[in-house]
Design a protein around this ligand. Structure first.
Ligand code: ZN
Length: 133
């Protein structure tokens, strides 16, 4: 049994392990923070949010101050897929943002049936409204 948790993370309820949905490899125990099993890149904020103003003329350039903000990128150690990005305070431990009740999840997935990796989407015609002015 599996439970898809995010675009790139699922829990294998039989082994109780987080798994990468891109490469199907195990990451870490599902009872632990999945981020402990990922590679992390403490990304310099200016690489993402480049200054919009001349730093020689202005004190504030819309580029985050690395003394006040950090960007942590988390990657699958097996295939390199970016799984999560966390904006945080420098030096702060990664947030434990998903702490599912594994035992309850097992009961629910057993009742619902295993989630297909690629669920069938019904072919429903969507009415379009075209306005001609
Ligand atoms: Zn992977």
């Amino acid at each position: 049994m599996h439970a898809n948790m995010t675009e790139y993370l699922r829990i294998n309820l039989d082994t109780e392990m987080w798994e990468c949905r891109n490469c199907n490899n195990e990451i870490v125990s599902a009872r632990d923070n999945y981020k402990r099993g990922l590679l992390v890149h403490d990304r310099p904020p200016h690489e993402i949010h480049q200054p919009l103003l001349d730093a020689e003329k202005y004190e504030y350039t819309f580029c985050p101050d690395p003394e006040y903000m950090a960007i942590l990128e988390f990657y699958c150690p097996h295939c390199g897929t970016m799984i999560e990005v966390e904006y945080t305070v420098p030096g702060h431990a990664p947030v434990h943002d998903m702490e599912p009740d594994i035992d309850d999840l097992k009961k629910k997935v057993a009742a619902w049936g295993d989630v297909p990796e690629r669920p069938e989407i019904p072919d429903i015609e969507i009415p379009r409204h075209v306005h001609q002015h």
